[in-house]
Write a protein that binds this ligand. Structure first.
Ligand code: ZN
Ligand code: CU
Length: 494
């Protein structure tokens, strides 16, 4: 145990230290100096300008939300209470093919880009411009930002309903290069969605070569999470292999009753591929998905709740069935009337959710949608739900293992250097919580209630959340690729 310098800004004493590696927790103290952890262990001979008695609560590295759509929320709602209230200290943005940059258009952003941008003025012509905006007006937590393939397509193509031409691919590669050089950490795809559906595998591999040249990462909302789930996993593995890049499969699941159980097969495929290439995945702990309202999805879901609607906003929070009844039409017709809109779809099985969560290489990503009027509760509840419901109540895996999936593992995958770990000289991104009471309180009926059991959250050495409220501090940083470590690494599993 090292004791570091003689005085520290802050000492947290008598904590249950969970270091993020999956190693068993142990009692001890932790000292913070400036934005870093100064010492850890028995620090009884050390003095802090301020001291906190943790009274045996768990102290862990701040959680990394590997899958977010917080791109604009970081600017429009920089306190980011939906995330810091869960102990999240870093978010990965730009997922599912959509990012605010680099793109300049003068029309309504085509769905699903409208999940994050509902006015063209909310977009940024350059990725550097977007990151500078975060620097100027920083959020409470850190952000590692990806470029979206759909965003690139909308910028480079007059018609996105076809494969990109050779010239268009070259244009996208140039825009991607410039974005990576400004600090973007990688490229996401949303091959499921209308503006990217027509992109062949080869188009993504071509862009992947740019990622390879820059040591950047690729994440994907795959082409099909329903009847062609297995084929989609194989396509993803091929993209990673042919472009020689690390890949993360986003929100891994099997959608629709006929497809339930298929994750048993895909997890085997992923496990086999991992022997020869860097491949990761994330998941959120719920049986319902949420995204743009898409009439194609109605037959797959047991129940649908509308989360927002541009044309009929008064129906947010109601089921599509109830709305159809009120409007006196079919659910398909009601959906058409609500567009553009968002929805929650109940379409996964609890067994599958548990199977994916229990897989040792699965990270936790909320996929929360911060601009929805009546959001999916995963936005406010994901991390405490894993730690409370799945760890303490269901006993799906031990607490230390859950923390590793939220800290050390994502830090290794996304190259978050000096984060995701409790050790001297790592950044002081910290969460102090009570393993006995931590719980998600957000529900499908009341989706924006903050979690219970989170006592203190620190980002870069400054408190951002304390005793149920934001402190107002905004010490977050836009993390540039150039300041990060190698991506696609596996964390040590215990
Ligand atoms: Zn997605
Ligand atoms: Cu997403």
């Amino acid at each position: 145990m090292s004791e570091g310098s003689a005085t520290s800004d802050l000492i947290i004493r008598n904590a249950l230290l969970i270091d993020g590696t999956g190693a068993p927790c142990m009692r001890g103290d932790l000292a913070v100096k400036d934005d870093r952890i100064a010492a850890i262990g028995d620090l009884s001979r050390l003095k802090g300008s301020r001291e906190i008695d943790a009274k045996g609560l768990a102290l862990a590295p701040g959680f990394v939300d590997t899958h977010t759509h917080d791109d604009r929320a970081l600017l429009s709602d920089p306190l980011m209470e939906c995330k810091i209230s869960q102990g999240v200290t870093t978010v990965v943005t730009g997922n599912c093919g959509i990012s605010l940059a680099p793109l300049a258009i003068d029309r309504y952003p085509p769905p699903p880009l409208d999940i994050i941008a509902r006015e063209p003025s909310q977009l940024f012509a350059t990725f550097g411009g977007y990151l500078s905006a975060l620097d100027r007006d920083p959020p409470a937590l850190n952000a590692a930002c990806q470029v979206g393939h759909t965003t690139l397509r909308i910028g480079a193509m007059d018609d996105v309903n076809r494969p990109a031409s050779v010239t268009e691919v070259a244009d996208m590669r140039r825009a991607l290069e410039a974005s990576l050089d400004s600090g973007a950490i990688g490229l996401s795809t949303g091959l499921y969605y209308p503006p990217a559906k027509a992109a062949p595998t080869a188009e993504v591999i071509e862009l992947g070569k740019t990622l390879h040249a820059r040591g950047a990462i690729h994440t994907t909302h795959m082409r099909d999470e329903a009847s062609h789930l297995v084929e989609s996993v194989n396509e993803t593995i091929k993209i990673g292999k042919d472009a020689n890049i690390p890949v993360v499969i986003s929100h891994h699941k099997a959608s629709g009753t006929p497809n339930h159980g298929k994750v048993a097969e895909t997890l085997k495929l992923i496990d086999a591929a991992r022997r020869t290439q860097p491949l990761g995945l994330d998941a959120y702990p719920y049986v319902a998905a949420s995204t743009m309202l898409d009439p194609r999805r109605i037959p797959l879901a047991a129940k649908i709740i509308v989360t927002w609607s541009k044309s009929l906003p008064e129906h947010a929070g109601q089921t599509l069935e109830a709305i159809a009844e009120k409007l006196g039409c079919s659910q398909e017709a009601a959906a058409e009337k609500l567009l553009p809109a968002g929805a929650i779809y109940f379409m996964m099985s609890e067994d599958d959710v548990r199977r994916v969560l229990a897989y040792p290489h699965t990270m936790i990503g909320s996929d929360g949608l911060p601009h929805d009027m009546h959001p999916h509760p995963r936005l406010w509840g994901t991390f405490p739900r894993v730690l409370g419901h799945y760890v303490r109540d269901v006993k799906l895996f031990p607490l230390e293992e859950a923390v590793r999936r939220m800290t050390g593992l994502p830090a290794a995958q996304f190259g978050l250097k000096d984060r995701g770990a409790l050790r001297p000289s790592a950044y002081a991104d910290l969460v102090l919580f009570d393993p006995d009471t931590i719980a998600d309180r957000a529900t499908f009926e009341q989706p924006t209630l903050p979690a219970a059991g989170i006592a203190l959250v620190m980002v870069n050495g400054r408190a951002v959340w304390r005793d149920g409220a934001a402190t107002g501090e905004r010490p977050g940083r836009a993390l540039r690729r150039q300041s990060l470590g190698p991506m696609g690494m596996s964390a040590t599993a215990h």
